[in-house]
Design a protein around this ligand. Structure first.
Ligand SMILES: C[S@@+](CC[C@H](N)C(=O)[O-])C[C@H]1O[C@@H](n2cnc3c(N)ncnc32)[C@H](O)[C@@H]1O
Length: 233
């Protein structure tokens, strides 16, 4: 399946606030239900496993959308008795407004507006940089820049989680968005996200172009997800 590099998702264009908010809610439910959130959590835990438990963790989520993955990370940290601070970044002001509506009870999360291609963050200033469902929104050159930026700001490593492109993934996402999505944006964007997504090989190549050393791209066929993980030693 060829990558639909010139396809445009509704999320990439200004949308009525209610549609946007429902779409972010759908994405959060799909992340939770199909395991995308758990995969990011698993790799983040691996990257910080050898840090002292009394040391506060600092993370940056690039392209946070409604902020569902930062909230899941906070709940994990609370259960584990760890202190955590998460900077949840998105380019879109309206998206951040929708995220802010969901942040009651999560003082550990700070929303910031910024671009994945030029993160407003000092080098090595967070432990881990994460992103989820963002790479496919970016052209190859932008994806390379974004991975390089995540690598620049992170001390321990990065986790870039996204869908991978395949016919089966496309069919399953088409069907599940028709059956389960509340928002018309999700029904439009879901299958298109798969058509825009990169394959594992392509992400390996993007990571090489970003000069990321020792990146491993994990493929999770059951979740139609990949996670590019770079652990700094
Ligand atoms: C499909 S949503 C995923 C949201 C969230 N990561 C999740 O998994 O629930 C993609 C998000 O990336 C953001 N985004 C796209 N390009 C971006 C860029 N260049 N810089 C920052 N955010 C960007 C969009 O505004 C959108 O909120």
């Amino acid at each position: 399946m060829e990558r639909a590099h010139d396809a445009v998702e509704m999320l990439d264009r200004p949308a009525p606030f209610l549609d946007l908010s429902q779409n972010l809610e759908d994405i959060a439910r799909f992340n939770a239900f199909f395991g995308g959130t758990r995969l990011t959590l698993r790799h983040v835990k691996g990257l910080v496993a050898d840090l002292p438990r009394d040391r506060s963790l600092t993370l940056l989520d690039v392209g946070t959308g409604g902020g569902d993955i930062p909230r899941a990370l906070v709940r994990w940290a609370r259960r584990a008795g760890r202190s955590i601070r998460i900077f949840a970044l998105d380019r879109e002001a309206e998206t951040l407004r929708a995220a802010a509506d969901r942040m009651a009870g999560y003082p550990e999360i700070t929303l910031i507006q910024g671009d994945a291609l030029a993160l407003p963050v000092r080098p090595r200033s967070v432990d881990v940089a994460i992103s989820a469902l963002v790479l496919h929104h970016l052209t190859p050159a932008e994806a390379v820049a974004s991975l390089a930026e995540m690598d620049r700001v992170a001390r321990r490593g990065l986790v870039a989680n996204d869908l991978f492109r395949s016919r089966v993934a496309h069919a399953v996402v088409w069907l599940t968005t028709r059956l389960l999505a509340k928002s018309r944006m999700s029904r439009h964007d879901g299958p298109m996200s798969v058509r825009r997504a990169y394959t594992c090989r392509e992400v390996e190549s993007l990571a090489r172009r970003a000069a990321l050393v020792s990146v491993r791209v994990h493929r999770y066929a059951w979740a139609f997800r990949l996670c590019a993980v770079r652990a700094r030693t």
